[in-house]
Design a protein around this ligand. Structure first.
Ligand code: F6P
Length: 326
């Protein structure tokens, strides 16, 4: 690719803490090379609506600590259609933009792969609390979401213990159990239910009962949003079997709370490194890839390899969690 002059950056899909730090890194990394940078507002939807405006270094000042995304985000089914992408490409080319950096999760990077297939220079930066992207160990936002979930678990344990209760805490993650697994281990949960390793409500109840029989004053079940044994199934089971279980059960669904608020230091640093690496790759004429962190190294994986694939949580860690719940 001849040397670049104009690039655009967008954030897409569910917002994630650290997206702003990535926008800042991409923008300042590009400006430092003398390139022009355009912000696309509201993800792919804004690209279709031609909502682009120039970004200067000061425009991305004071955002590294802010949650959400200052660029706005959206889910945009229209972009999955060829006509939508044709419109998006016309809008980019109409302004002389030569490359696009897409900061987002699984669906967003499938969108990037489609643009790459159509010959446009795209760089993907993985950002989703779900941490479900293939070609990347840790995505921007998931550390913060784990820590928010953990804080809730720690708080619920104190009230659970005071009342000799069990709590089922549901956390986000779509079809990936990564947040639940990490927060469950860090929070010392008695049970962790993941989409990657299904449990029946009777299994969860049996483990809670066993915890009581071992003398525990509380029991915590961390339930991933995508697990088949969800909080409703568990409540129904409890309704029918309460007397034989011992603990009373309460349910807390954390929902979008885990996606909001300021990013952790780890997410800010990761976002800064990946955003800057995306620009460095573009400068070398590399594109059509996701810039990811694997085993501590920054690597690139072709977007076409990533599209439609998922990185599951490592369910082998469940055994460790179970041993530690003794
Ligand atoms: O992908 C991020 C995520 O927060 C998932 O964990 C969750 O399933 C989904 O987005 C919620 O989507 P929405 O914000 O559109 O309700």
């Amino acid at each position: 690719m001849p040397s670049l002059k104009k690039i655009a950056v967008l954030t897409s899909g569910g917002d994630a803490p650290g997206m702003n730090a990535a926008v800042r890194a991409v923008t300042r990394g590009a400006l430092a090379r003398g390139w022009e940078v355009f912000a696309v507002r509201n993800g792919y939807a804004g690209l279709l609506a031609n909502e682009l405006d120039p970004l200067a270094a000061r425009d991305v000042g004071g955002i590294i600590q802010a949650g959400g995304t200052v660029l706005g985000s959206a889910r945009c089914p229209e972009f999955a259609e060829p006509a939508g992408r044709t419109k998006a490409l016309a809008n980019l080319r109409g302004r002389g933009i030569e490359a696009l950096v897409v900061i987002g999760g699984n669906g967003s990077q499938s969108g990037s792969a489609s643009l790459a297939r159509e010959g446009f220079a795209v760089l993907g930066v993985p950002s989703t609390i779900d941490n479900d992207l293939y070609g990347n160990d840790v995505s921007i936002g998931c550390d913060t979401a784990i820590n928010i979930t953990l804080e809730a678990i720690d708080r619920l344990r104190t009230t659970a213990s005071s009342h000799q209760r069990a709590f089922a805490v549901e956390t986000m993650g779509r079809n990936c159990g990564y947040i639940a697994l990490m927060a469950g281990i860090a929070g010392g949960a008695e049970v962790i239910a993941l989409p990657e390793h299904e449990l029946q409500p009777a299994d969860v109840a049996a483990r809670l009962r066993a915890a009581r029989e071992r003398g525990k004053t509380h029991a915590l079940a961390v339930i991933a949003e995508g697990a088949k044994c969800g909080v409703h199934e568990l409540m129904d089971y409890y309704g029918a079997h309460r007397p034989s279980i011992g603990f009373d059960l309460r349910v807390t669904r954390l929902g979008h709370v885990v996606r909001g608020g300021a990013p952790t230091a780890a997410d800010r640093v990761l976002a800064t490194r990946l955003g800057a690496a995306a620009i460095a790759m573009l400068a070398e004429g590399r594109h059509g890839v996701l810039v990811g962190m694997v085993k501590g190294d920054i690597i690139s994986t072709p977007l076409t390899e990533i599209a439609g694939r998922m990185r599951p949580a490592d369910a082998s860690l469940l055994e460790l969690a179970r041993t530690m719940a003794l």
